[in-house]
Design a protein around this ligand. Sequence first.
Ligand code: N2P
Length: 357
Amino acid sequence: MRQLAQPFIAITVISFMLIYVVSHLNSAQGYSGENTLTVYNWGDYVDPDLIEKFEQETGVKVIYQTFDSNEAMMTKVKQGGTTFDIAVPSEYAISKMREEKLLKPIDHSQVPNLKYINPRFLNLSFDPKNEYSIPYFWGTVGIVYNPEMIKGKEITSWNDLWDKDLENQILLADGAREVIGMGLNSLGYSLNDTNKKHLKEAKEKLDRLTPNIKAIVGDEIKMLLANEEAAVGLVWSGDASEIMGENEKLDYVVPEEGSNLWFDNMVIPKTAKNVKGAHQFINFMLEPEHAAQNAEYVGYSTPNEKALDYLPKDVANDERFYPGEALTKKLEVYDNLGKEMLAYYNELFLEFKMHRK
Ligand code: N2P
């Protein structure tokens, strides 16, 4: 009897262990059910206290994962290996994801807090009726710089970055459209240019910036600039605001040749399992006090009109981070240039990165 029982017990124990491990692996990969919600967002793009508050209020456990480019996010959602319930793409990516049928429609009756969003951020061309996306943050792309480190020179244009005095002083955010866009804008071309001759010209001009580029980096760009490891950075506006909060010497400028105006919206990817939880999450983030808390924490600009009442006046009135409509008219929103053209932008960006090595 003992001889028979031992292997039986061993097999039972091993089976239970396997079941335990597999079920935990599943949740680690974001296999959401009723009680979990897998959120896929940019790095440093939410106040973790809000996630905790959401979990307490709803009893839903949030599995939080991050990405650092629209391209990386889209690839992962497309692969379908992870069941993301929420993602936060930028406008051209939303348009592309709609085209590729990667999104679920959003039921506005479950998002009553949508009324707090300033209409200026609704019904934009990438999602004309906000059928698939709800505003999260918005902003610009520009240059953060340390006047002391560049001998008091003023930076007002993209072309200022090619100054020989800036050798090894520039950090770039790791974004294909941002970097290629800088090349295009500096030549007076549109951020949505599809003329390959112009694009090559932009890439060659960027190659000539190489001696001035110290590194192309992710979210650590904030820490590096605040610690004065470099004098100049190509950044998204909210990162600039956070950096300037850390180091008051720094300033942010949207270059005079033009730049990018972007919108990051919450979407429900096709892979979502917890659609109800996804709607709850969207509505929770739109609660004016939550939107204000989130904006203060991450440094980005909220599209939530009512949330502005909860923000310090000097933040909400800062034209550098809350540019009015007159100023934003001069800026360009990225278009969905189509699969092939977007791939071409990425290819040029990769070649540019290789050129540096
Ligand atoms: C947050 C980056 C936000 C990117 N770290 C703007 N689309």
